[in-house]
Design a protein around this ligand. Structure first.
Ligand SMILES: *Cc1c(COP(=O)(O)O)cnc(C)c1O
Length: 360
């Protein structure tokens, strides 16, 4: 079997060029006589890899000098604890709960202080983003937390919440580098890379320097203290070297595509093909209110479980894989990250059209 069109929500599709380059360098990275997997994280080769990755990411995202870029482990989920441990000086954080990941972060933060749910869209199965223009932000909140793109439900904050001057912390795991982010609007912008950037095992966290201090909650593990990682440029211990190397290649690939503004344009075009079809289809329906639709994750249903299953089965056989929706939502979900080519979406829609004709 050749390459499929992989619509997985994560780990997810990567650019073929990047995979081919990595394959070509597998046995002998730049004359080192070894793979990047085999080399010391203190070697000159790896030092160049991590420094160049950071530089390219800074270029792509236009990251201001007063922000640190950390390459971490533990998944986005570990940040659900690390963030309160480092930021809860007053012991209070406000959460906008727009899906499972925001909810998990909210529940985890509650172990370390007072986590306040100031808005939620759970009343309608997280199918929309609440109005966040005038929320009851706590006076002593250390930060306001969002999950910017909701991977499972397919919603996205199109405007950031009004935090009334409080620090904004955002999990951008599933929209990282899908469009430009204005880093200055965030105290922390972070995500696991396995959705839209690289292989599982790396978390990138971009943190404003004043939030990196020794004043952390008692008992904070050394490894989870931002200052430990920042002081050592993400090399306090062995970092996820191979993952960082692949991320670096993806950053270069993104630069070659024209950067994040160009990616946004392309992602809008790709998503429009799918959403336009969902809007006109008599069989398939999107599950999210139109104005909050994600460019990256598009859930949809037929309204009939058996038909959903038949669709997923036939799509898989035709080379469109991982379209089954998250177990908590059912139906289907097409994740169309940066590395999903336009033709992948076009062919999927053509397949859906044919399926509809044959089954309606
Ligand atoms: C996948 C995902 C997570 C969890 O990531 P892990 O790296 O598996 O911990 C958290 N937040 C969002 C938005 C995600 O999509």
């Amino acid at each position: 079997m050749g390459r499929v069109y992989n619509f997985s929500a994560g780990p997810a599709v990567l650019p073929e060029e990047v995979l081919q380059e990595a394959a070509a360098e597998m046995m002998d990275y730049k004359g080192s006589g070894m793979s990047v997997m085999e080399m010391s994280h203190r070697s000159k080769w790896f030092d160049d890899i991590i420094k160049e990755a950071e530089k390219d990411l800074r270029d792509l995202m236009n990251i201001p000098d007063n922000y640190k870029v950390l390459f971490l482990q533990g998944g986005a989920s570990q940040q659900f604890s690390a963030i309160p441990m480092n930021l809860m000086k007053n012991g209070v954080a406000d959460f906008i709960v727009t899906g499972q990941w925001a909810k998990k972060a909210y529940e985890e933060a509650g172990k370390y202080g007072k986590a306040v749910k100031i808005a939620s869209s759970e009343d309608k199965t997280f199918s929309y983003i609440p109005d966040c223009s005038d929320l009851p932000i706590d006076d002593d909140a250390d930060y306001v937390y969002i999950c910017e793109n909701n991977t499972i439900y397919g919603t996205k904050f199109k405007t950031l919440p009004n935090t009334k001057g409080k620090t904004l912390v955002a999990d951008v795991s599933s929209c990282f580098l899908s469009e430009p982010h204005d880093v200055e609007k965030y105290g922390i912008i972070y995500g696991g890379v396995q959705k839209n950037i690289g292989p599982a095992g790396v978390v990138i966290s971009i943190i404003r320097e004043d939030l990196i201090t020794d004043d952390v909650l008692p008992g904070t593990p050394t490894m989870l203290k931002f200052k430990t990682q920042a002081d050592k440029d993400s090399l306090y211990n062995t970092p996820p070297c191979y993952g960082i190397y692949i991320c670096g290649k993806v950053f270069k690939w993104l630069k070659k595509q024209g950067g994040l503004a160009a990616m946004k344009e392309l992602n809008e075009k790709k998503a429009k093909i799918l959403y336009d079809f969902l809007d006109e289809s008599k069989m398939f329906k999107g599950t999210v209110v139109k104005e909050d639709r994600s460019l990256m994750n598009a859930p949809f249903v037929t309204g009939d479980k058996d038909l959903d299953a038949k669709f997923v089965k036939e799509a898989t056989a035709a080379g469109f894989v991982n379209l089954k929706g998250h177990r908590s939502v059912g139906g289907m979900r097409a994740s169309i990250y940066n590395a999903m080519p336009m033709e992948g979406v076009e062919k999927l829609v053509a397949f859906m059209r044919r399926f509809e004709e044959e089954n309606l």
